[in-house]
Design a protein around this ligand. Sequence first.
Ligand SMILES: C[S@@+](CC[C@H](N)C(=O)[O-])C[C@H]1O[C@@H](n2cnc3c(N)ncnc32)[C@H](O)[C@@H]1O
Length: 254
Amino acid sequence: MLKSPLSWMGGKYRLRKKIIELIPEDHTCYIEVFGGAGWVFFGKQPSKVEVYNDINSELVNFFRVLKYHSEEFKAWIEKDVASREIFAAYHDALPQYMTDIQRAVKFFYLIKYSFASKGDNFGYGTSKDPNKAIFNTGFVQEVRDRLRNCYVENLSFETLIEKYDSQGSFFFCDPPYHKLAQYKDKFHREDHLKLLDMLKHIKGKFLVTINDHPEVREWYQEFNIQEVEVGYSVCREAKGRRSFKELIITNYSS
Ligand SMILES: C[S@@+](CC[C@H](N)C(=O)[O-])C[C@H]1O[C@@H](n2cnc3c(N)ncnc32)[C@H](O)[C@@H]1O
């Protein structure tokens, strides 16, 4: 199973096997509406047509650069080392003065060398060695090849769903959690309700993953809901880590 090259807040690393089992076979177009690191996208078998989407343009630029400029990306990243000073230089560099390749390198470096992959603070430790991604760049070619029959989009979910809905469409929706940590692009209650309203009226099929919250259960009550236990760890201390429940909601029976 191919791995995503990124770790990402809310990434479906642990749940992906379960989600992949539930993808209906009868779709022609697989649409990942809230792409993030794309753990399900990279883990599953390719569909006839695929769409990766995220509103975060740095993520989209990263995948675009791996597709079109994989050699240049590798050449840049392989020259770096895990360093607090380099981290600070990338962190403070203004994207408007960088090329797309430099932006992708900055994005990747900050994710790989920050605490909890949030890109904010240099992550280091005496018992954990630095991430090896800048030395083992074999993933670049794999990702490039995997994106072969995929449209990479940078749209907000409502525009994307409208554009790609058809009877053969399958939407995998992993929106930001309800009332929990936020991303650069904020996702509010109204956005959740807009997503729900759109999903109620699509021609295709959907699978939503979201945190288990009473309001979410109420919103999606007419659909199939199953709960799953997920390990979760963005805390440095083991005692601060906890596991919590997530919901998998579909408009089809599995
Ligand atoms: C829970 S994460 C997705 C994680 C992904 N499934 C993975 O495995 O890494 C949610 C993503 O939704 C994106 N997002 C936030 N608001 C959005 C919007 N209005 N339209 C599309 N994507 C959005 C965020 O940038 C974030 O990457």
